[in-house]
Design a protein around this ligand. Structure first.
Ligand code: G4P
Length: 284
């Protein structure tokens, strides 16, 4: 998917999310568990405003489990509830619903006290492209095929996915834009496949990834590429990786693009194990 976020598109995306905010009790802010900060929209607090929110760290199966726990703790310290899930496998969805119930308990207790008939919680998923919004919606929809009709009072038809667990989910997610200003954020987004490859120089992305692995996961770097510490000479590093992975040209020359591709693919396909690229601020 090509993502080109121009100011007009950002304003439109923001308007679309803002319009739907009033339809829901809670926002499910989906982020990539490997990048809980870099895969957040920079203006999310402002956009969500006072609406109750649950941060969902998706793709937990690909993230470092120790860091995922740290991140959940970090969000809690910021006063934001967070849970981790694997939307592809459907793990953690009960936890997600329970967390939402906890967040909305007071609101629903108040409604009950005022004699308002109990109803399901209404939620909407928001997040930047590729964090797994559709996968999560499909996963919930598959489990719970029953769809409610359109909501009265809503001008544009909205489909709600009704779940067995007192939850109604808007069937279209709110798409927000990622943050590109900081090159490191861009590298992390590219490395995990969250942004389109052509946006950044891929060799820079691969080198960033190698340096990050050297800093945080040296044993895994060594196991796969034979270096725990990277030599200064990156050309040599690429040559060694190329040789190890059998991708040198017939004359023994390095095909830098090929090695770049191998490195990035290795990260994205979990060849280095479960990795997290953002460190909670107090830990960094
Ligand atoms: P979006 O709506 O937010 O844009 O994201 P989408 O659901 O399209 O998911 C983006 C990619 O992330 C998809 O992979 C999807 O399968 C994968 N994904 C979503 N949730 C999880 C998860 O919990 N764990 C893992 N490991 N992957 C997840 P893709 O390569 O684009 O497509 P495909 O491999 O499914 O064909």
């Amino acid at each position: 998917m090509t993502i080109q976020w121009f100011p007009g598109h950002m304003a439109k995306a923001r308007r679309q999310v803002t319009e739907k905010l009033k339809l829901v009790d809670i926002i499910f802010e989906l982020v990539d568990a490997r990048l809980p900060l870099s895969s957040r929209n920079p203006m999310i607090d402002e956009i969500v405003n006072q609406k109750p929110r649950l941060v969902i760290l998706n793709k937990e199966d690909m993230a470092d489990p120790v860091m995922t726990k740290e991140w959940i703790r970090y969000f809690k310290e910021q006063g934001i509830e967070a849970v981790s899930v694997n939307s592809q496998a459907g793990n953690g969805l009960d936890k997600m619903v329970k967390a939402a119930e906890g967040i909305l308990k007071e609101k629903f207790d108040r409604m009950r006290a005022r004699g308002i008939k109990p109803r399901a919680m209404r939620a909407m998923i928001v997040g930047i492209p590729n964090v797994g919004k559709s996968t999560l919606i499909n996963r919930i929809a598959k489990k719970n095929i029953a769809k409610t009709g359109n909501m009265p009072g809503v001008t544009k038809a909205q489909q709600w996915i009704k779940t067995a667990q007192h939850l109604e989910l808007l069937d279209t997610p709110g798409i927000l834009w990622p943050k590109f200003e900081d090159p490191e954020t861009g590298y992390k987004l590219a490395l995990t496949g969250a942004i389109k490859d052509a946006i950044l120089n891929l060799q820079d992305v691969a080198i960033y990834g190698l340096r990050y692995l050297e800093e945080r996961y040296p044993a895994r770097l060594e196991e796969r590429y034979g270096f725990a510490v990277l030599p200064e000479d990156m050309a040599y590093v690429f040559h060694q990786i190329g040789e190890r992975r059998g991708s040198l040209a017939s004359g023994g020359e390095v095909d830098y693009d090929k090695v770049t591709d191998i490195m990035i693919r290795d990260v994205r396909s979990g060849q280095f194990g479960r990795l997290t690229f953002d460190i909670p601020p107090e830990k960094a």
